[in-house]
Design a protein around this ligand. Structure first.
Ligand SMILES: *Cc1c(COP(=O)(O)O)cnc(C)c1O
Length: 400
């Protein structure tokens, strides 16, 4: 486990990416989080309670399923899926939200705070807050509130306060600014809980380490099922937390790792959210990474059919793993993801999240070219949240 122990550096650098560029009022609070994480997360009490939660609340371990019908359809490699769709609340996000909530509890905090875009992170964090008996404050742009009504209802049912953000573009970027401002005023009793392997140090490292359980389980389960390691492991990449979770289990092995970014509708800026494929080095939200920038050098508008992947940057560790060559980054577009969504539903009885469908699309494409090989896909979440949008827009896939 040399890689995970030595990456990132003490200052939070993955090669030349990562770090923490913070406004002065936030510096002491991030120093507190860094110190608390180092001290608490390795303690026997923390590990014991997190294990208990994973088993008795989240439903871990999630299984690995062999996708026989999909493999037969593609006629090449054997395709397997790590079933994070079966995690409580239906996605991998709860892995780091429960751990962040537990960290808050050990720090003596009474409140969890975050921004959310499509609302998935907000729902996972509100779930953790309810479990720990904490307050929860979620900042969300007014545009997203209108688009994602069911998730707003879920957060409220779970007891969270949803703060509508009404300035600027009224979306994710403004929600981040709004939440940081509110957090500065409450940091003595609140913990800011970032929703992916992004943001200033220590979040990219912390969230990866909380997602590591996915890769550890998957490696052992795959060995158990087949007697060997998979040849290829694939995951979709928005911020990159589900991908880092599964990759980190195989990073020291002779296993090819693939990150799949959303290619949207075209390669024109604004039509996709494939930061590594089309972006350049830059800063976003307090850390250095690969960013999609507009003509003015600001984070560019992005599009993908999967709202959980629409971020104009990527976790700094992915930028590093791309530059080092350890992980290959590729893309799947909206149409490929939708086709994979329908095929997995119909052939395997698993309705995937549109985000996860990008990784399934990659596996279907690669399977044909790799007979005799095995591909393990991280199925990051279930697609119940997507069925109304998909069927209203694309019917049952007849025209794809
Ligand atoms: C949020 C989300 C993603 C994208 O986040 P990552 O940090 O890139 O993993 C992927 N899949 C599902 C189901 C999600 O909810």
């Amino acid at each position: 486990m040399t890689y995970l122990k030595t990456t990132p550096t003490r200052e939070g650098f993955f090669g030349s990416y990562g770090g923490a560029v913070l406004p002065p009022p936030l510096e002491p609070h991030f120093a507190e989080i860094r110190e608390a994480y180092d001290r608490i997360s390795k303690s026997a009490d923390f590990i014991r309670e997190l294990r208990y939660i994973r088993t008795h609340f989240q439903g871990r371990p999630t299984p690995v399923s062999y996708l026989r019908n999909l493999s037969d359809l593609c006629g090449g490699a054997q395709i397997y899926a790590k079933r994070e769709d079966l995690n409580h609340t239906g996605a991998h996000k709860l892995n780091h939200c429960m751990a962040e909530g537990l960290l808050a509890k050990f720090m003596g905090k009474t409140k969890l705070m975050a921004e959310t875009g499509a609302g998935q992170h907000g729902v996972a964090l509100a779930t953790a807050a309810a479990y720990f008996g904490m307050e929860c404050e979620i900042h969300m742009g007014e545009i997203d509130i209108a688009k994602e009504a069911p998730n707003v209802t879920r957060m409220k049912l779970l007891g969270a306060t949803v703060v509508p953000v009404s300035f600027g573009g009224r979306s994710l970027k403004e929600a981040v600014d709004s939440c940081f401002e509110s957090y500065i005023a409450q940091a003595d009793h609140a913990l800011f809980a970032i929703g992916s392997v992004v943001g200033p140090h220590p979040f990219p490292m912390m969230v990866r380490n909380f997602q590591h359980v996915v890769g550890v389980e998957a490696r052992e389960q795959f060995l158990d099922m087949t007697g060997e390691l998979p040849d290829m492991v694939a995951a979709c990449v928005g911020g990159g937390s589900n991908a880092m979770g599964i990759f980190s289990g195989f990073i020291e092995d002779d296993v090819a790792l693939y990150g799949v970014e959303p290619a949207g509708t075209s390669s024109n800026l604004g039509d996709h959210a494939a930061s590594i494929a089309y972006g350049e080095d830059g800063d976003i939200h307090g850390f250095r990474t690969i960013v999609l920038k507009d003509a003015k050098g600001e984070p560019a508008p992005v599009h993908t059919v999967a709202s959980g992947l629409d971020y104009p940057g990527v976790g700094p560790e992915h930028a590093h793993l791309h530059r080092s060559g350890r992980v290959t980054y590729t893309t799947a577009d909206d149409t490929e993801a939708l086709k994979a969504f329908f095929e997995l539903s119909r052939r395997e009885g698993i309705i995937p999240a549109l985000e996860s469908a990008h990784a399934v699309a990659f596996a279907m494409r690669e399977a044909r070219a790799n007979p005799g090989k095995s591909i393990l896909v991280n199925l990051s979440g279930r697609g119940d949240k997507d069925i109304d949008y998909v069927t209203e827009t694309f019917g049952f896939g007849e025209a794809l």
